[in-house]
Design a protein around this ligand. Structure first.
Ligand code: GRF
Length: 200
């Protein structure tokens, strides 16, 4: 199964998928291209180190949003993926991409959707919201991407305890280690094995 992964930052979720491919937890799948909107994303270095094509498609290099959207669609279509994975991709995916890859795009979100998600909830802001509300349990969610923000069908979730004295950074790391880096590779593995259907 050909996979295209879209990233914006450090790429630890991308790395978790690579690690699962290397140790056999994910079979019959290959990350053929990694696309980032951010030229400085360390995720692009991780891609090159693992032999994937690493491509930067930055909105800053296009005259307007429409031109960027078209370039992003072309950049994804060009590698002919069966599955598109958003792994810390901080760009609102344009409708043209959602339509072209209907039910073939999955995203990892660092909370238990429908809590702490939607507009403005990304990266550390998610964990700041969790701590401010005082919930005792949080976690991560893998979901299909539709035209809303974090509104697509939920595929997998994993809960993580909020601990006394947690800072947003400490909580983010625990959610990554104990949830994100587990359920995202596991979901990719199940899709590659045909246990989770896509494109329907
Ligand atoms: C992760 O917390 C992920 O849940 C969120 O953005 C962060 C990306 O981290 N979408 P990384 O780039 O995978 O390290």
């Amino acid at each position: 199964m050909r996979i295209c992964v879209c990233v914006s930052g450090g790429g630890t979720n991308l790395q978790a998928i690579y690690d699962a491919m290397d140790d056999g937890r994910i079979k019959n799948a290959e990350i053929v291209r990694v696309i980032s909107n951010n030229p400085g994303a360390y995720a692009l270095e991780r891609a090159k180190a693992h032999g994937s094509e690493a491509v930067c498609i930055s909105p800053k290099t296009f005259p307007d949003r429409e031109a960027f959207n078209e370039a992003l669609l072309a950049g994804i279509k060009e590698c002919n993926p069966e599955l598109v994975v958003l792994a810390g991709f901080l760009v609102n995916v344009p409708a043209c991409v959602i339509r072209e890859f209907k039910n073939r795009i999955i995203n990892i979100h660092p909370s238990l959707i429908p809590s702490f998600c939607g507009k403005g909830y990304y990266g550390l802001k998610v964990h700041e919201g969790v701590l401010a509300r005082g919930v005792k349990v949080t976690g991560a969610t893998v979901h299909f991407v539709d035209e809303g923000i974090d509104t697509g069908r939920i595929i997998a979730q994993k809960a993580v305890d909020v601990c006394e004295g947690d800072t947003p950074e400490i909580l983010q790391k625990r959610v990554m280690e104990q949830a994100e880096w587990i359920i995202l590779p596991d979901t990719v593995s199940k899709i590659a094995a045909g246990e989770i259907k896509i494109g329907e």
